[in-house]
Design a protein around this ligand. Structure first.
Ligand code: PRP
Ligand code: URA
Length: 209
């Protein structure tokens, strides 16, 4: 089974509570999604490779670590995954950004892919796939499948809220992927929405509906 990291940080949990509140408006919602993306990326990127360089402080020369290479790719699942990108870029401004477009068929709840553009050379990059919601897990599993078909190897998945059903599916289909979860919720409802969840993440970030 793939490794799963369930976040327990009070700042992340506090911000998730604000996201859940149905009276939180688009502006605030978007800001919170970005901040949670940044805080979760801080943990998810704790294994980025470093190398030592020489630096001269006002006191003396020393060797000190910097991030090795510039090989990070952030791949949001459109649309809602976009909301987490800027927060991660604020930590790693040199990261490249790919896009993968998926939507859930409202009747079958199955994902439909409509776009995929990834930065080269994708096989050499650590890839962070973002989507605030992991519900049935279909969208994330298919998006990661597409990324692997194009050569992606070292993949992490970051979501703000997961349902147990989606987490199980993603672990089964992609046991090599590290999964970072902001909060693990109770279950899906009959429309495959997460309970208690936060509603439709894309609509709340972009003010649609
Ligand atoms: C939402 C969400 C995920 C997907 C999760 O996107 O952002 O991509 O549903 O559901 P799943 O785990 O059951 O596949 P949606 O299909 O609503 O598209 P949107 O982001 O364009 O609104
Ligand atoms: N997509 C969302 O945006 N919310 C859910 O609860 C499930 C899928």
């Amino acid at each position: 089974m793939g490794q799963v990291y369930i976040n327990t940080h009070p700042l992340v949990q506090h911000k998730i509570t604000l996201l859940r509140d149905k009276s939180t408006g688009t502006n605030e919602f978007r800001k919170l999604v970005g901040e949670i993306g940044m805080l979760m990326a801080y943990e998810a990127l704790s294994d980025l490779p470093t190398k030592e360089i020489e630096v001269e402080t006002p006191i003396e020369k020393c060797n000190s670590p910097v991030i090795a290479g510039r090989k990070l790719a952030i791949v949001p699942i459109l649309r809602a995954g976009l909301g987490m990108v800027d927060g991660i870029l604020s930590l790693v401004p040199t990261a490249k950004v790919g896009h993968i477009g998926m939507y859930r068929d409202p009747r079958t709840h199955l994902p439909v892919e409509y776009y995929c553009k990834l930065p080269d050379p994708i096989e050499e990059r650590t890839i962070v796939v973002t989507d605030p919601m992991l519900a049935t897990g279909g969208s994330a599993a298919d998006a990661i499948e597409q990324i692997k078909k194009k050569g992606g190897r070292k993949i992490k998945f970051m979501c703000i809220i997961a349902a147990p059903e989606g987490l199980k599916l993603l672990q089964e289909k992609h046991p090599d992927v590290q999964i970072y979860v902001g909060h693990l919720d109770r279950q899906l409802n009959d429309n495959a929405y997460i309970m208690p969840g936060l509603g439709d993440a894309g609509d709340r970030i972009f003010g649609t509906k």
